[in-house]
Write a protein that binds this ligand. Sequence first.
Ligand code: ADP
Length: 190
Amino acid sequence: MTAIILLGPPGAGKGTQAARIAEKLQIPAISTGEIFRSNMAEGTEIGKQAQAYMNRGEFVPDSVTNEMVRARLAAPDTANGFLLDGYPRNVDQAHVLRDMTMELGTKIDLVLEIQVDEDEVVQRMLKRAEELHRTDDTEPVMRHRLEVYHQQTEPVATYYVDQDLLHVVDGTGTVDQVTERIFAILDAQI
Ligand code: ADP
């Protein structure tokens, strides 16, 4: 049972690395952003609730997000553990996650924070906007997502430093180089 959290600003490459970590450890990668996007595409109730917030670069309300994660973690494929990408994104969510893992009889083993500086992430997101046409990838919305990250998500990293769980990873260089850095940490810690 291995429970991992992946932190890092939008554009840090969390999704790409999450897939590689999930494969290595044989655990599901759970991305709240992906779950919201697929709910939006399918026009579900959650999708309708999330859409306006996402398109403004704001967080979907915690009440919606927390219950969605709670339901996802209850699925049978998390028996060996899970990797969370995009959750928790604020300290209240981190507290809710702590309670959820306690109820499941488990705990977070490791938190990886992928660090990339702001100019670089803006460049990457602009490139992704051209390729993927995500409705929340316009420049003002990106800037706002970064601001919200600094205000709300950086304190989550501090919360996990205090619990001795945080490992910082340099997110610059090639995708493979970042994966190597992450795997070195996993091999040493798990
Ligand atoms: P990025 O890493 O580029 O910010 P994500 O796919 O992780 O993209 O998230 C896209 C959007 O989904 C966020 O801007 C936010 O509106 C919503 N979202 C994702 N995860 C959460 C969360 N834990 N709490 C609130 N909103 C979230």
